[in-house]
Ligand binder design. Structure first.
Ligand SMILES: Nc1ncnc2c1ncn2[C@@H]1O[C@H](COP(=O)(O)OP(=O)(O)O)[C@@H](O)[C@H]1O
Ligand SMILES: [Mg+2]
Length: 299
């Protein structure tokens, strides 16, 4: 039984790698700024961002999370600590990004967001520019920047998404989440973003059903919008998830053998094998695009 399940996992792994390769061709080699986003809230973005980052660290990849959910920052809550400083201090120019970097488990670093400061969700272009400039300092020190965004299609969210090399759109099998994932893809398509789009089907009953459900959304976007979206992977519904969250300890550390932790670990492996080592200057493109985006949405 266990062997069968293992074979199934291997099969799905091969299928999704093939699907990703077909969709992606060679375009995104070298990318490493990855936005994790969703149409609907509460679908698992922050949880997946944190655990994916830790899975990357386990594989020797130096990773930084930018908690960019500027209204409801909660990476720190998932880790059970109160950050001394946040992005807010960077915006106010008290501190540099390096000063606010928090150390997480396994050497992970986090740029904490600031919850409840509504002003942060509507920053002016000049202020955002300052934050973006701060990233330049960090480029040579890490392999991946994972950006955990807010849900929805506000200009603020879209600008983070469009500035990234790759956007992972998290959804789940429930119809409202599927509809909102499609809505988000459509919004990105409407502004003709160059970002590569990948779908994550979280809370799937099984890997196979998750992939099938994901492929339905992908076929729809191809048919209606002629927009390519890759299937990044499924993460199974797993009761260990809420237990880990309740204990404010990341799933991949507390229950590394749980189904969802394994699925996220597999994603991290695919990520580093699929996306080739970065060329110099990739972050600069992110920074440049963010700057352009913010000046166009905020003015
Ligand atoms: N694979 C999963 N299995 C079971 N529950 C999950 C799973 N992924 C997420 N959840 C639940 O969904 C909740 C919301 O996750 P969260 O990462 O905060 O969402 P978001 O950042 O998209 O708002 C979590 O508190 C957790 O209880
Ligand atoms: Mg969140």
């Amino acid at each position: 039984m266990a062997e069968q399940a293992d074979q199934l996992r291997q099969w799905i792994k091969r299928q999704s790698i093939r699907a990703q390769e077909e969709v992606l061709n060679v375009r995104i080699k070298g990318s490493r700024v990855v936005a994790i986003t969703s149409g609907k809230g509460g679908v698992g973005k922050s949880h997946i961002t944190l655990n994916l980052a830790l899975a990357l660290q386990k594989l020797g990849q130096r990773t930084i999370i930018l908690d960019a959910d500027l209204g409801l920052a909660n990476i720190n809550i998932l880790l059970g600590y109160e950050p001394s400083y946040t992005l807010w201090d960077v915006v106010q120019q008290h501190l540099s990004i390096r000063d606010v970097l928090q150390k997480g488990p396994l050497g992970l670093r986090i740029i904490p967001g600031a919850s409840g400061i509504s002003r942060l969700a509507s920053l002016e272009a000049k202020e955002i520019q300052g934050v973006i400039e701060g990233f330049k300092e960090l480029e040579s020190e890490c392999d991946w920047l994972l950006v955990d965004t807010a849900a929805g299609i506000s200009p603020g969210v879209l600008s983070f998404v469009l500035a990234a090399d790759e956007a992972l759109i998290v959804t789940n099998p429930e119809p409202p989440a599927l509809a909102d994932a499609y809505g988000l893809i459509k919004s990105i398509w409407q502004v003709q973003g160059r970002v590569s789009l990948q779908l994550i089907m979280n809370r799937s009953a099984s890997l196979r059903s998750g992939e099938e459900m994901g492929m339905r959304v992908i076929s729809l976007t191809k048919k209606m919008l002629n927009q390519d979206v890759g299937f990044f992977g499924a993460v199974r519904e797993d009761s260990h998830t809420s237990r880990a969250i309740a204990r404010q300890t990341p799933l991949v550390l507390l229950y590394p053998a749980s189904p969802a932790a394994q699925d996220i670990g597999d994603m991290a492996e695919r990520m580093i094998h699929r996306i080739k080592p970065a060329k110099r200057g990739r972050w600069e493109q992110f920074i440049y695009r963010m700057g352009k985006m913010w000046s166009s949405v905020e003015t």
